[in-house]
Ligand binder design. Structure first.
Ligand code: GDD
Ligand code: MN
Length: 418
């Protein structure tokens, strides 16, 4: 079967962000028919977004350098996120004069970190690398990184903060933000971020076997902390480099990248260290539980508000007001849990019938929770003579856990109908 797709244009991988164990022999579908292309030593990803002014120069510099050192044993993969300046098209036009160049144009996913991983997923190299596409990373450092990997390092990082490293004339604000981000990383993820001097670097090589099979889940710009946080990295080498000034285009860093970075650190924190091991052991979905707790808090507000309205303003009896308020709070909680906390599970069981069924189950479980809460409250207050509010708080906490776990396992569990 002949597909006219040229071998240099790469299909975009989808699904989990997981690099396969063995270099994928990629079926290079050319006009001469398909031929499985053997693995190579190095696959270097060049993530680009609006690098039209740099792409030709970076590709020829990298090709020239690698043709001299590892001729025929490398590939360059430009992963472009459908740049408005058509960087992907400019790169494709370069493939005729640079046979080791392949291009991936992503149209349904965006982001630097995932671009790099999708590139690695399509890569055939035993060593996977990444370099910025804007000439701010001096290409010649690649040779030192490669040397370190060949000498046994699992990860070789180009660092601005070791001997021979530095930045060109960065503003004080830029320096402060970069160092501030690093400090935050050291506080939130000491065991990960402290392993390298420049965790913000986006210029490094990693042995494929050190990250193969690991389910990566990065956010934003900092792919290196994802590799450090989820990879099996033992030996790390660092090579000093001076971060250059851009010749064309501009940095894509926005404030959102800083909030993404924070979110990324938190996500890694929750999946590593003691919390991560506890989560693994308990298989306890902490993130989902936190969302359930936020919804529960909103239910508290609804409950109190309705009680005030019915009992205080409309003069309805206390018991009837409390029951109506509790029921409306339960419906509030169901709506938010169905649309947010358990959204992925609800999406697998669409339709009003199933939603009403979930609401009925949720209601019964919450009402049982209410009875449990009153019993616990009395046990703690009358039995253990705890302060009433402390007893109430502990009872609410215990019932929240009950409500979450039973609803997760009963109301939203997807019973596959074969
Ligand atoms: N595919 C893709 N998608 N590429 C992107 C995206 C994106 O959403 N955003 C940026 N890039 C590419 C840029 O085209 C460039 O080649 C490279 O990623 C770095 O982006 P810059 O916007 O130039 O980053 P910087 O100059 O602020 O550099 C900082 O971040 C880099 C990436 O982590 C520094 O910390 C560098 O050391 C670091 O490599
Ligand atoms: Mn840059």
């Amino acid at each position: 079967m002949h597909i006219t797709q040229h071998a240099s244009i790469l299909p975009v991988p989808s699904g989990p962000l997981q690099v396969s164990r063995l270099p994928q022999g990629v079926a290079g579908l050319t006009s001469e028919g398909s031929s499985l292309v053997a693995p190579v030593r190095l696959s270097l990803i060049v993530p680009t977004y609006n690098e039209g002014g740099n792409i030709e120069k970076i590709v020829s510099l990298l090709s020239h350098l690698l043709d001299q050192t590892i001729p025929g044993d490398y590939e360059l993969i430009v992963v472009d996120d459908d740049s408005p300046d058509k960087t992907w098209e400019l790169a494709q036009n370069l493939t005729s004069q640079h046979p080791r160049l392949r291009v991936m144009r992503r149209q349904h996913e965006r982001g630097l970190s995932t671009a790099v991983i999708r590139g690695w997923q399509a890569a055939r190299g035993e060593i996977l690398g990444v370099i910025d596409g804007d000439l701010q990373h001096p290409p010649e450092i690649l040779l030192k990184l490669l040397e370190e990997i060949e000498r046994g390092a699992d990860l070789a990082v180009a660092s601005r903060h070791v001997e021979g490293g530095g930045v060109s004339d960065w503003s004080a604000v830029r320096r402060f933000l970069s160092r501030g981000a690093q400090l935050l990383g050291l506080i939130m993820l000491p065991r990960v971020v402290s392993r390298v001097s420049d965790p913000m670097s986006g210029y490094f090589m990693v042995r494929r076997s050190a990250i193969a099979g690991c389910l990566l889940n990065p956010l934003g710009y900092k792919i290196l902390i994802e590799v450090l946080g989820r990879g099996n990295i033992d030996q790390i080498a660092e090579v000093g480099y001076v971060f250059q000034e851009r010749e064309a285009g501009e940095s894509k860093v926005t404030w959102k990248h800083y909030t993404d970075y924070l979110h990324h650190l938190l996500r890694l924190r929750l999946s590593s260290g003691r919390i991560g091991r506890l989560r693994q052991r308990l298989r306890f979905p902490i993130g989902r539980f936190l969302r359930f707790g936020v919804v529960g808090a909103s239910g508290l507000v609804v409950d109190m508000g309705i009680l005030y309205l019915l009992y205080d303003r409309l003069g309805l009896g206390l018991t009837r007001s409390a029951i109506l308020a509790a029921e409306l709070a339960i419906i509030n909680n169901f709506i938010w849990n169905d649309r947010w906390t358990f959204k992925d599970l609800a999406a697998k069981q669409r339709g009003w019938r199933r939603r009403i069924k979930r609401l009925m189950k949720f209601n019964i479980i919450c009402l049982m929770g209410l009875i449990l809460k009153v019993l616990l409250l009395n046990l703690l207050f009358n039995g253990l003579h705890l302060n009433a509010y402390l007893a109430n708080f502990l009872a609410i906490a215990a019932v929240t856990l009950w409500n979450f776990w039973i609803n997760l396992k009963l109301s939203w569990r997807v019973t596959e109908v074969k």
